[in-house]
Design a protein around this ligand. Structure first.
Ligand SMILES: Nc1ncnc2c1ncn2[C@@H]1O[C@H](COP(=O)(O)OP(=O)(O)OP(=O)(O)O)[C@@H](O)[C@H]1O
Length: 291
């Protein structure tokens, strides 16, 4: 576990964040959002396409590019050392360091961002060369092997190139890279959507196992509410740039307050049928993978 006893309970606080896309017609993509991510939890963010989930995720990690404009608000990262970091005030080297080492991201398309002409090892090792220049070559190699093992990929694959790996393996490599510097928060934006169901389940199991072994928090973004209810400790529902409500997965499932959340729940037959009795512990995930 990487958390220390004195580490703050929260890992990230977003307060009144507003992000617009400027243009002929301004889009208020994130509209006065406040949310807290607790250390070590999986916070699920659900909402229909276009509601602003990705804009919020990019905003949290200061990855937004024009025409996106952060109008107001604050994003504070609470480091395990006890230091608070004003993320939106970071720039240059400080910001790059923050992104890999403190908060890292895995996207749906991440697996396609592996460089096709560089081996898996060189790409993982690059993270260490940049961020841990003091590491010796042998140490970088051992750590790269460990990381692949951690995400369920044979370390022999270090010498492979992206085209020699399946989609699932490539996404696992991206998760390994995201974990390379022991971040305290992992933002995952539809990380398994492009994969087939069995591979998706496998990787989700892995993420849950790693989370409990390593203690990082996860902001998990998807439009797939049933999946989110299964894996999340808490769930936040987003619509038209706003967080409508948030609560434990059980609260959202059994006692959603907002009519929109109830409509969203009803729109997934798997949640209302016999198989909808979700079990969040991961047991069902394992059963499904075993089947
Ligand atoms: N580059 C851009 N320029 C203008 N508007 C944009 C841009 N990117 C996103 N938007 C708009 O901002 C709003 C939020 O988009 P965003 O991609 O954050 O939503 P989302 O919930 O992540 O959707 P999806 O699940 O489809 O990725 C949408 O109305 C979208 O059309």
């Amino acid at each position: 576990m990487s958390t220390t006893q004195d580490a703050p309970r929260e890992v990230l606080t977003v307060t009144n964040l507003r992000v617009d896309y400027a243009g002929a017609e301004t889009v208020h993509a994130v509209d006065d959002v406040s949310l807290t991510i607790r250390r070590g939890e999986i916070l699920g963010l659900a909402g229909e396409s276009g509601c602003g989930k990705s804009t919020l995720a990019y905003g949290i990690n200061q990855l937004l590019k024009p025409p996106a404009v952060i109008r107001s608000g604050e994003v504070v990262f609470h480091d395990r050392s006890g230091t608070d970091v004003d993320v939106l005030a970071l720039s240059g080297r400080e910001l790059r360091r923050h992104r890999w080492a403190k908060v890292s991201m895995v996207f749906q398309g991440s697996m396609n961002s592996l460089n096709p002409v560089i081996s898996v090892e060189s790409q993982i090792v690059d993270v260490f060369r940049t961020h841990r220049p003091e590491m010796r070559k042998a140490e970088r190699h051992t750590r790269a092997q460990d990381l692949l093992r951690l995400v369920g990929v044979d370390p022999d694959r270090l010498s492979s190139y992206a085209h020699e790996l399946s989609g699932g393996m490539r996404q696992r490599v991206m998760i390994a890279m995201a974990l390379a510097l022991d971040p305290q928060l992992l933002i995952m934006d539809e990380p398994t959507t492009a994969l087939d169901v069995v591979v998706q389940r496998d990787i989700l199991n892995e993420i849950m196992r790693l989370r409990s072994d390593l203690g990082f928090a996860v902001l998990f973004i998807t439009h797939d509410l049933p999946l989110l209810l299964e894996i999340s400790d808490r769930v936040a529902i987003m619509r038209s740039g706003k967080i409508l409500e948030s609560g434990s997965a059980e609260e959202i499932y059994f006692a959603a307050k907002d009519p929109y959340t109830r409509t969203l729940l009803r729109s997934f037959p798997s949640l209302t049928g016999e198989r909808g009795d979700f079990i969040r512990t991961g047991e069902r995930l394992e059963q499904e993978v075993a089947r």
